[in-house]
Design a protein. Structure first.
Length: 301
């Protein structure tokens, strides 16, 4: 009987962390850090994906100028602060990018590509996947837009808002996508079954992520740095130890230009990058590097 891949237990087979084999990173490192910068195209005639200012009437009105402009600041100013923070430290993050950004903000797409950032598909517009009428067409359109800028199709995908339908993994693998970040379920890459072969899931984060942390939960900005450094300490210690959770780990963190790229927060990102760079047990990797490491590690079941 063929497994129903739309069921989570068949899509993402359960593997207890204590049962997975010890694996190592090159150079004896214990922790692979995966920074992800999300750049998005918000359509002014649509409800805004996020709000910093609630409408005076309590109901969203269109056009929602203040919240659209909040995001637009990130594209005009904040992105360039993030670019400088990574470039001056020799770190190349993964860029989670709406395909339409390549057309609406080509200056950003070209700059990221010139800096050696890896492009990861993030839908065509910043709208939930469930509202896309033709998923395969939207995926193909996003891949084409990225290929036009970079000369290559993206290897990875992150759904807008981490949204997927029950069929999204099948559509992605059929389109040639190799990894996804939506299934935030482990400290290591895992296998995700599809009708067209397997995808690799990578440890993206919903907790080391400036949207839930700062825009939704309203923590102080320095909570992001403190939380990330505590998590790095623990994961590296487990990786180096002899216990059942031993073996190299990965840690993703996610930022957005309109949140972390503002003047009162950019210094916190710089502090986090400097602290991680100072650690001899940490290596920064892009998504494709993580996939290659995982597939070569012997932990590829």
């Amino acid at each position: 009987m063929t497994a129903d891949l739309r069921r989570p237990e068949h899509r993402l087979a359960y593997r207890a962390a204590v049962d997975r084999p010890r694996i190592a990173l090159p150079g004896g490192k214990h922790l692979a850090v995966w920074p992800v910068v999300n750049v998005e195209h918000w359509l002014i005639d649509h409800p805004m994906p996020r709000q910093i200012l609630v409408a005076p009437t309590g109901a969203a009105l269109l056009p929602d100028i203040p919240n659209w402009a909040w995001h637009e600041y990130g594209m005009r100013v904040g992105f360039w602060r993030l670019l400088e923070a990574f470039e001056t430290r020799g770190i190349r993050p993964t860029l989670s990018i709406n395909g339409s950004v390549c057309e609406a903000y080509p200056r950003i797409a070209r700059a990221a590509h010139a800096a050696g950032w890896e492009f990861m598909g993030h839908g065509f517009h910043q709208v939930p996947t469930h509202r896309v009428g033709d998923e395969p067409a939207a995926i193909a359109r996003t891949i084409r837009a990225i290929r036009t800028v970079t000369g290559a199709a993206p290897r990875g995908w992150l759904g807008p808002g981490l949204t997927e339908t029950l069929d999204t993994p099948d559509h992605l693998r059929a389109a040639g996508i190799e990894y996804v970040g939506d299934w935030v379920a482990d400290d290591r890459p895992c296998r995700l079954s599809t009708a067209h072969g397997s995808l690799v899931t990578l440890p993206y984060s919903v907790e080391l992520n400036d949207i839930p942390l700062l825009a939704i939960q309203h923590h102080r900005a320095d909570e992001f740095v403190e939380r990330a450094l505590v998590q790095a300490d623990r994961l590296a210690a487990e990786a180096a130890g002899g216990g059942p959770l031993g073996g190299a780990k990965a840690m993703g963190f996610a930022i957005h230009p309109y949140i972390t790229g503002v003047p009162h927060r950019i210094g916190l990102l710089e502090r986090l990058l400097d602290a991680l760079l100072a650690r001899p047990d940490v290596v920064f990797l892009q998504g494709g590097d993580l996939v290659d490491w995982y597939l070569e590690s012997g932990d590829d079941a």
